[in-house]
Design a protein around this ligand. Sequence first.
Ligand code: GLU
Length: 284
Amino acid sequence: MNTPRATRRLTLALAAAVVLSFTGAACSSDNGNSGGGGSENKKITIGIKFDQPGIGLKTPSGAYTGFDVDVATYVAKQLGYSPKDIEWKEAKSADRETLLQRGDVDYIVASYSITPKRQEKVDFAGPYLLAHQDVLLRANDNSITKPSDLNNKKLCSVTGSTSAQNVKTKIAPKAQLQEYGGYSECLTGLENGVVDALTTDDSILAGYAAQPQFKGKFKLAGFKLSNENYGIGVQKGDTELKDKINKALEKMVADGSWQAAVNKNFGPAGYKNEPAPKIGVVVT
Ligand code: GLU
């Protein structure tokens, strides 16, 4: 074909631009973390809690255990990643939205309640568990028998959590709220008397109370202070990944793996969980 020179040059320039933009795209997703599955050496990075026994825990030997870990691992498998492809990253309550927005993690399974405020910044698959906010007390404390008794008490919770927010706006606005980075820090405070109570989801508190070293030391108040619908956080707008995760969660419930993970992780703590939520249905 007799292509004029100018056109040929333009074609070459366009071809070069296409090659460059492809290279650029390859660089920006060089860890292959798009959640799709596929090639060799692929990795997926998942945000979890590191200090919540029964939910998300990094053990001293470096193993990861808990209901969130099992859910995250099952979902990863459905996306084409085996356990050895998973890189676990700590996702503290206050850091979760930022981790997703920056692309530091592919998804987050970290006792992460679906809320309208968070949905302004991230999207959620699920819910995959319904928990309720409760209060953990020292076993010998008889001064807190109803939520309003928390007013003027030293109450511990975690920065960036719904638990801390609910205290301030609804449960006990006059409580002396201390906000730490993680619930395990609150637990130490509760044990040594620095705080009077610790508030967060019953699913988390049950796990702490059941630790052998705390046997007989703590009790759950049994207040159902809220509905916490645990979702799997993904980057805002990543509908493809969200839909894939929802399919995986539906399968996890249908094939009995969800119940098995409940029994394994909540059984030892005696946590009475709610039945599996319906995907897409948030209980308010
Ligand atoms: N589920 C609540 C939340 O997402 C409390 C537990 C937590 O901080 O992870 O804030």
